[in-house]
Design a protein around this ligand. Structure first.
Ligand code: TGC
Length: 388
C-alpha cells in the first residue's frame, strides 16, 4: 500500500483560504530553501544569520499581521501558518519573527503615537531596524509585576535604571521596547540601543535556541525623551497584550517543529531496516506514528480555532493559554516519540529531532511557562487565582 503524507491525511488545508495557502507556501519555501540547508551547522556554531532579516522583511513576514505603515496586513491564520513553517525549520527563526513582529512592532502599533508608528514601523517591516522587547528580569521572569527596572522623570526626559534578561535580539537591535516601573505604574519606552548607558550581552552556554540570540541588558541611567514613551501603554496590560500576540504565534509555530519530527519518523519507518524489514511494519512503530499524528492534527486544529477567533476579535488570554500549554506540551511529546523511532541515530544531528526537542524546552519556558498557563486555565475554571 502507498503512504499518505502527513499533511494530506486529514486535509486540513481544505479549511484554509487561497490567500492563507499562498502565505504558507511562501513561508515553507523560505524555511526550506534558506534556513534548513545550514541550520544544523548554525545551531552547532551558535551562528545567527542576520542576512536573512532583510529577506524576511522583503517577503512580508515582519509584522505581517499588522495592517498599516508598510506591513503586509495578512490575517491571523496566515501569520500562524508562517510561524508554523518557520519553526518547522528552527524555533529560533520563528522566535525572530515573533520578537520583531508580535512584540516590538505590535507594542508600537498598539500603544505608539502617530509619529512613533510612522518613524519605526516601516523600517521594522523591511528589516532595516530590528526591535527587541525588554520585559523579563533576572529575578522572577514569571512575575513582571515585581520588576525592578525604574524610569524616573527628569525635566523632558526619563532616566532608566535596571536590568533585563533573556531578551531576544537585544545585541543586534536598533531599538528596545523597555518596560519600566514609574511613579504612576508600568510604562513602555522606545530606547535606541546606541543610547549612553545601554548595554546588551548575548547569553552564552545555551543548549537550546543556539542559532538565535538572547541577551542580558543593563540600563545604567539611560536617558530618553518623553517623545519616546509609548503614550497609550498604561500598566502591565501593555506588555501582557503584546505577549498575547507572541503566545498566539507559538501555538502555531510549535506544530511546525512537531511536523518536522513526525516527518523524520515517518521517513525513517520505511528507510530503516531491522529484523529483516522496515521498522514501519512493526505495530509498536505504527502506534507511535498514529499517536504523534493525532496530536499534531489536533494541535493544528486548536491553532486554527484560535486563529479564527483572533480574526473575529473574540480570542481571550485564557484561550491563548490553552493553546500554548497544549501545543508546546504535545510538540515535546511528539519529538520524544520521534526520537525513539530514530533509535541511536536520533540523538545525532543527522536528524532535526534533538534540536527541536532542545528548542521546545526553551519555548515551553518563555512567553509564560507551562505552570503559568496551567494556572491561568485553572483560574478560569475555578475563579480563584493561585499564582501567589
Ligand atoms: P496582574 O499583575 O494582576 O495583572 C496586571 C494587569 O494585566 C492584565 N493582564 C492581561 N492583559 C492582557 N492580556 C493578558 N494576557 C493579561 N494578563 C494580565 C490584568 O488584567 C491587569 O490589568 P489591570 O488593568 O486590571 O491592571 O497579573 P495577573 O494576575 O492577571 O497575571 C499573573 C500572571 C502570572 C498570569 C502574569 O504575570 C503572567 O502572564 N506572567 C508570565 C509572564 C511572561 O510570560 N513572561 C515571559 C515574557 S517573555 C520575555 O520577556 C522575553 S521576550 C521574548 C524574547 O525576547 O525572546
Amino acid at each position: 500500500t502507498s503512504s499518505t503524507s502527513v499533511d494530506d491525511l486529514l486535509d486540513l488545508g481544505s479549511l484554509l483560504t487561497d490567500d492563507e495557502r499562498a502565505w504558507q507556501a511562501k513561508a515553507r519555501a523560505f524555511a526550506q530553501d534558506r534556513i534548513v540547508p545550514t541550520i544544523e551547522a548554525d545551531f552547532e556554531d551558535k551562528h545567527f544569520r542576520s542576512e536573512f532579516i532583510p529577506e524576511l522583511g522583503a517577503a512580508g513576514f515582519l509584522g505581517m499581521h499588522l495592517s498599516c505603515y508598510g506591513t503586509a496586513g495578512a490575517g491571523a491564520v496566515s501569520y500562524g501558518l508562517a510561524c508554523l513553517e518557520l519553526e518547522a525549520a528552527d524555533s529560533g527563526w520563528r522566535t525572530f519573527v515573533s520578537v520583531q513582529g508580535s512584540l516590538a512592532m505590535s507594542a508600537i502599533a498598539k500603544f505608539g503615537s502617530e509619529e512613533q508608528k510612522s518613524e519605526w514601523l516601516p523600517r521594522m517591516a523591511s528589516g532595516e531596524v530590528v526591535g527587541c522587547f525588554a520585559l523579563t528580569e533576572p529575578d522572577g521572569g514569571s512575575d513582571p509585576a515585581s520588576m525592578g527596572t525604574r524610569a524616573v522623570r527628569d525635566g523632558d526626559d526619563w532616566v532608566i535604571t535596571g536590568a533585563k534578561r533573556w531578551i531576544g535580539l537585544a545585541s543586534i537591535a536598533g531599538i528596545a521596547i523597555v518596560w519600566a516601573q514609574t511613579e504612576d505604574g508600568v510604562r513602555g519606552f522606545i530606547v535606541p540601543t546606541d543610547s549612553a548607558g545601554f548595554s546588551a550581552t548575548p547569553i552564552d552556554g545555551k543548549l537550546a535556541m543556539r542559532a538565535s540570540i538572547q541577551c542580558d541588558i543593563v540600563f545604567d541611567g539611560v536617558r530618553v525623551p518623553e517623545s519616546l514613551r509609548l503614550p497609550d501603554a498604561i500598566g502591565l496590560r501593555g506588555p501582557f497584550s503584546c505577549l498575547n500576540e507572541a503566545r498566539y504565534g507559538i501555538i502555531w509555530g510549535v506544530m511546525g517543529a512537531a511536523r518536522s519530527c513526525l516527518e523524520a519518523a515517518v521517513e525513517r519507518s520505511s528507510s530503516r531496516q531491522v529484523f529483516g524489514g522496515p521498522i514501519g511494519r512493526f505495530q509498536l512503530t505504527q502506534a507511535k506514528l498514529a499517536d504523534m499524528f493525532l496530536e499534531y492534527e489536533k494541535g493544528v486544529l486548536l491553532a486554527l480555532h484560535t486563529g479564527r477567533r483572533k480574526e473575529a476579535g473574540t480570542l481571550t488570554p485564557e484561550q491563548i493559554s490553552v493553546g500554548k500549554l497544549n501545543n508546546v506540551r504535545e510538540a515535546i511529546a511528539i519529538a520524544g516519540l520521534a526520537r525513539s523511532i530514530l533509535g541511536g541515530d536520533g540523538v545525532t544531528d543527522a536528524f532535526p529531532v534533538m534540536r527541536h526537542m532542545a528548542n521546545l524546552e526553551a519555548v515551553r519556558t518563555y512567553e509564560g511557562t507551562d505552570e503559568i498557563h496551567a494556572l491561568v486555565v485553572g483560574r478560569a475554571l475555578t475563579g480563584v487565582q493561585a499564582f501567589r
